[in-house]
Design a protein around this ligand. Sequence first.
Ligand code: NAI
Ligand code: OAA
Length: 317
Amino acid sequence: MSFKRNKIAIIGAGFTGTTTALMIAQKELGDVILVDIPSMEDPTKGKALDMLEASPVQKFDSNITGTSSYEDIRDADFVIITAGIPRKPGMSRDDLVATNAEIMMDVSKNIKKYAPESYILVLSNPVDAMTYVCYKTTGFPKNRVIGQSGVLDTARFNTFVAQELGVSVEDVSGFVLGGHGDSMVPLVRYSYAGGIPLEKLISEEKIEEIVERTRKGGGEIVQLLGQGSAYYAPAASLVQMVEAIVKDKKRILPSIAYLNGEYGYENIYLGVPTILGGNGIESVIELPLTDVEQNSLNDSAESVKKVIELLEDKAFA
Ligand SMILES: NC(=O)C1=CN([C@@H]2O[C@H](COP(=O)(O)OP(=O)(O)OC[C@H]3O[C@@H](n4cnc5c(N)ncnc54)[C@H](O)[C@@H]3O)[C@@H](O)[C@H]2O)C=CC1
Ligand SMILES: O=C([O-])CC(=O)C(=O)O
């Protein structure tokens, strides 16, 4: 036998896809294949080559290639889906559902055909519903189809807390549950700085401001950019999840997971705390919630359900 590098495909070579590619290569988590639509083939190859030419300077040996042919993702170990349109100022993530669901079905069919054993990480919005579409279309087991939102939402929360306290981001550990929309649920009761409950360090009023800013964190960046949406922090979040899986780290990280009774929900993808390791989502951690917290989670789950229901007439398989 011989050892091989991981083969990591990234579908969608736009802002999030390319930033993720570079971060994966810098960490040498595997060789990266960037895939975009045929009309973007040359720019995709160009971006890949440009990144590869950074490797002698940055001293990484991951290969990076660009393509528009799904043949090139054959037998990939990991596929990250960033294909789809981003929102514009004034839009919600849910406004992207019709366009991105079509793209997600097409992408998922190709992954099923060419990389049937792969682990999939979905980023495209509205991400809870898009992860559901990917799961239904590929028919892969639920531990191998995962969505990203909570790592990013928690990172935003932690950034604002560290700024408020004037302390290192390394010492802040927040906790965000629920769907990736304005009704997500930052769980203050489970959030700490240096092991000290946040409520002991920051006033209730200020915490409420941070919670609100976190909920609208994606929209804040959309407004500031004027065109497109966030990509540095989303890419960093994807890479943390990929690393947890390919290194079998068994990290406790929030993931968008398929729920089958957990937290009282069935047949839905929603952001919950999970253990991420060599088998993808190895388990969902169920936490006791207060009535107020459970009600907020219910509101968030309801808004995800509504988007999923819009898609129910689609033939996923
Ligand atoms: N879940 C999350 O936390 C986050 C989700 N997002 C979402 O990620 C998606 C991508 O965002 P960006 O990279 O900024 O957008 P972008 O517009 O820069 O890139 C998207 C790329 O997808 C490609 N594409 C479209 N259809 C395709 C197909 N059928 N096959 C392959 N590639 C295809 C486009 O040509 C484009 O290059 C958006 O839907 C955005 O809302 C972005 C940030 C965070
Ligand atoms: O806000 C958006 O449209 C992109 C996204 O999901 C985020 O940055 O959280």
